[in-house]
Ligand binder design. Structure first.
Ligand SMILES: C[S@@+](CC[C@H](N)C(=O)[O-])C[C@H]1O[C@@H](n2cnc3c(N)ncnc32)[C@H](O)[C@@H]1O
Length: 174
């Protein structure tokens, strides 16, 4: 699949995302699990429309976060999901924590949450990088309710807050 070209503001948005992810990982470093959900994961390869240089998409930025996310759930429409999974398996052969959910994220989110049920206590960052208005309100409600204080081991953070849901396009659409 050809790299997807993005304008400068998308690169800027992704740089902001990276700072959020880094701060989030640092704040939750005392617990053994951190979850990253990317509801509109995109492609493995992206480039700048202005310069032609490679731009790291949200998935790579999440995968490069330190301390690392320990569960990574990626949502994409089927054709792109297949390509994304193949590219990630080749590029990160040692990462066993990545799971790609092909299909409409509004449908597949429930399966992902079921798969992650045993670590629902873990700090959870959800990135909702929709292009238009694909996300359903009910999906945002599910994300907000996902994290539960119960079963969290006693080591570190005392926060029982709901998941962090980031939609960095919100201001642009208003
Ligand atoms: C703005 S792009 C995401 C870019 C990506 N976050 C990145 O940094 O490279 C939106 C993506 O959402 C995908 N998409 C659109 N509708 C979707 C849906 N209902 N469920 C999952 N993915 C969807 C599109 O195929 C597209 O790749």
């Amino acid at each position: 699949m050809a790299p997807r070209p993005w304008r400068w503001w998308t690169e800027h948005k992704l740089q902001i995302l990276q700072k959020y992810l880094q701060a989030f990982a640092k704040a939750s470093m005392k617990v053994p699990e951190r979850i990253y959900l990317d509801l509109f994961a995109g492609q493995a390869e992206n480039i700048s429309k202005e310069t032609g240089r490679e731009i790291l998409g949200s998935v790579h930025r999440a995968l490069n976060t330190e301390p690392p996310f320990t569960r990574i759930a990626l949502f994409e429409l089927p054709a792109k999901a297949k390509q994304l999974e193949q590219a990630l398996r080749a590029q990160y052969p040692r990462r066993r924590d990545i799971k790609v959910y092909p299909g409409d994220c509004n449908d597949t989110i429930s399966q992902a949450m079921a798969d992650l049920a045993s670590v629902r206590w873990a700090p959870t960052f959800a990135f909702v990088d929709q292009h238009d208005n694909e996300i359903k309100w009910v999906t945002l409600e599910k994300l907000a309710r996902f994290r539960k204080r119960k079963q969290r081991p006693r080591c570190g953070s005392s926060s029982g807050r709901a998941s962090t849901v980031a939609d960095l396009n919100y201001a642009r659409r208003r």
